[in-house]
Design a protein around this ligand. Structure first.
Ligand code: DAH
Length: 348
């Protein structure tokens, strides 16, 4: 019996020799020590032996079990240690390698430009206000003197969300109305509202279905076009340089009367003629005007007492001009090369 058992041990040794895989080792272990394994099955022979022989058999069986377990465990430990060492070897850090460069975040140039204008306006006593992008028709159009069915609505290709009443604002001008309603016809107003706007445009180099406007509104007493011109002058000089001059051309907006288009002298060619100003020497940067009496009235301000001016800049257009970008999609395609390179250029 002893001999037979010893044979089992040497058989185990033989079988696990050269095994390199833990799974294979476990399989072999199961064939010896598992529920139906060779060693486990030996125990069933005990019942046929007399007391003395059973004692001896029991002891031998125990020895063989311990011996086999040891063989399996030792090899298991060895394989695990080898695997760990190999892993550590592969993960060794080479401290002589150059470090991975961590890209720093930077504000987008659009954001920077808007902040620059905000700071300037705050220094002139303006508040920066906000309004909802999901807007009601009455604020986006009706209370701006653009009633239902008016052709001026067509030009704005609006995204309607629910019926004809809820829409994505097509301009930041509704914030004018909301601000006036808050002022309750009593307080003078000086606000700018930079914000996102939406129109059903197909995206291309000069159109984006989502873009940003910077709205301005001032309501006070005895406000005239020259106040508007002075204010616009300060803004464009801040963005494009002290030598820039502005001119107003007559225009038409439903919510201002008179309305103007704001042109600046070309900062690129000093009005000698170039591609940016299309050889005219002038570049259009904003729409503006004196707030229409109807708009004041609907906003709760008595036009006999109050007067005001309003303006609207296209933020991307300003940034494109300032940073010489010829595709509006640069602002929205998430390619950091755009903002980063412009950022550097700006800080030079
Ligand atoms: N809301 C106009 C637009 O989207 C821009 C504009 C023009 C705003 C004249 C104004 C303004 O406040 O006075 O085309």
């Amino acid at each position: 019996m002893d001999e037979k058992m010893k044979k089992i041990l040497s058989e185990v040794k033989e079988k696990i020799k050269g095994v390199k895989d833990l799974n294979v080792l476990n399989e072999i272990k199961a064939t010896y020590l598992g529920k139906k394994g060779v060693i486990t099955e030996l125990a069933s022979q005990m019942k046929d032996l007399d007391v003395d022989a059973r004692k001896e058999f029991g002891k031998a069986l125990n020895d063989i079990k311990t011996g086999a377990s040891e063989l399996f465990d030792n090899l298991k430990n060895k394989l695990e240690t080898e695997a760990l060492n190999k892993k550590l070897e592969n993960e060794k850090i080479d401290i002589s390698l150059p470090a991975t460069k961590i890209e720093c975040g930077a504000p987008s140039i659009l954001e920077k430009l808007i902040e620059e204008i905000e700071e300037l306006m705050i220094s002139m006593g303006y508040d920066v206000v906000d309004g909802p992008e999901l807007e009601e028709d009455k604020y986006n159009f009706e209370m701006l003197n653009i009633p239902k069915g008016h052709p001026a609505r067509d030009a704005q290709d609006t995204f309607y969300i629910e019926g004809e009443e809820i829409l994505l604002r097509s301009q930041t001008s509704p914030v004018q109305v909301r601000t006036m309603l808050e002022g309750k016809g009593e307080k003078p107003i000086r606000v700018i509202c930079p914000g996102k706007t939406y129109r059903r445009d197909d995206d291309d180099a000069t159109h984006s279905h989502q873009f940003m406007q910077i709205e301005g509104l001032l309501v006070d007493k005895d406000i005239s076009l020259s106040d508007l011109k002075g204010t616009i002058d300060v803004i464009v000089k801040k963005i494009f340089g002290e030598n820039i001059v502005t001119r107003f051309r007559p225009s038409y907006y439903q919510f201002t009367e008179p309305s103007v288009e704001v042109d600046i002298s070309c900062f690129n060619c000093k009005q000698e003629g170039c591609n940016i100003c299309k050889h005219t020497g002038w570049i259009t940067v904003a729409g503006a005007g004196i707030v229409h009496p109807n708009v004041l009235r609907m906003g709760g301000y008595d036009p006999k007492v109050w007067s005001g001016f309003a303006f609207g800049f296209g933020a991307e257009r300003l940034a494109m001009l300032k940073y010489n970008i010829n595709d509006v999609r640069v602002f929205y395609n998430n390619d950091l090369r755009g903002t980063h390179s412009f950022d550097r250029k700006d800080s030079e």
